[in-house]
Design a protein around this ligand. Structure first.
Ligand code: TMP
Length: 237
């Protein structure tokens, strides 16, 4: 698969064209940002780890019937993906109060929610990805009601699959963010699923094994990403 023009560069990935108009290459970078780009840094080997962790999760989800843009791994930092037009709605699923939910509703971090909660955010860097509801999605024309219903149902199905698998690794899935895209009119899970986009807590110690270590200057950031990779695959990078 030949890597062609750079189509898009985001905060954590570069997207390249290939010789097949239906396929793109996602290249994962070590760059890390937080708080809508206000905090910047580099996490050594993050690109390699997130590429492989995402590939692991996309493969696991495919085995349970959740289709994503993932086609195959190409190299340490690159995966082949289906071309999809990203829907400008980010879905966050929460199992435990943390981060912005804890802050917004005055909840203690670590409070186990009685049931999972699905939230929507408008994917717009200039606005700082504001919290929105289904009416906002409709009036902004971001997605149809049917697409929203499908994405929310997929997000909850993904929650069951990931939570169950991570439990076998002694990791708690606290919350995570998903993005979907349109591929020939079909809604597909897109972007990545990694310690950048999820909160993972070690089940016994409740130690944070995700990007909160970077956001909150806790140290041991690369080691946390390595630990997630190791628990999922049994290997080291
Ligand atoms: P939050 O508590 O800051 O709203 O984050 C909820 C989840 O979404 C958490 O697992 C981190 C993830 N997330 C992203 O992937 N990208 C983002 O820009 C933000 C703010 C959160």
């Amino acid at each position: 698969m030949e890597k062609k023009a750079l189509l898009y560069e985001g905060k954590a990935k570069r997207i390249y064209a290939t010789d097949d108009p239906d396929l793109l290459i996602a290249e994962y970078k070590d760059d890390a940002t937080a708080f809508n780009g206000l905090k910047k840094g580099v996490i050594a080997n993050k690109g390699i780890l997130n590429n492989k962790i995402s590939a692991f999760f996309f493969t696991l989800l495919a085995q349970s019937g959740v289709e994503s843009h993932f086609v195959k791994l190409l190299s340490d930092r690159e995966m082949l993906i289906k071309r999809a037009e990203i829907i400008k709605v980010e879905l966050v699923v929460r199992n435990i109060a943390a981060g912005s939910l804890a802050k917004r509703l005055g909840l203690e971090e670590g409070w186990v929610l009685p049931r999972p909660v699905v939230e929507f955010y408008y994917k717009d860097d200039a606005l700082g990805d504001p919290f929105i509801n289904e009416d906002h999605i409709a009036v902004l024309g971001l997605a149809t009601a049917e697409q929203v219903k499908f994405m929310a149902a997929q997000a909850l199905m993904i929650n069951e699959i990931l939570t169950a698998h991570l439990k076998t690794c002694n990791v708690i899935l606290v919350d995570y963010k998903l993005e979907f895209g349109l591929h020939h009119g079909k809604v597909l899970l897109a972007d990545e699923i990694s310690p950048d986009t999820c909160r993972f807590w070690e089940a016994t110690t409740k130690e944070k094994l995700d990007k909160d270590r970077f956001r909150r200057d806790l140290g041991g950031v690369e080691a946390a990403y390595q630990e997630i990779y190791k628990r999922l695959t049994g290997g080291e990078q």
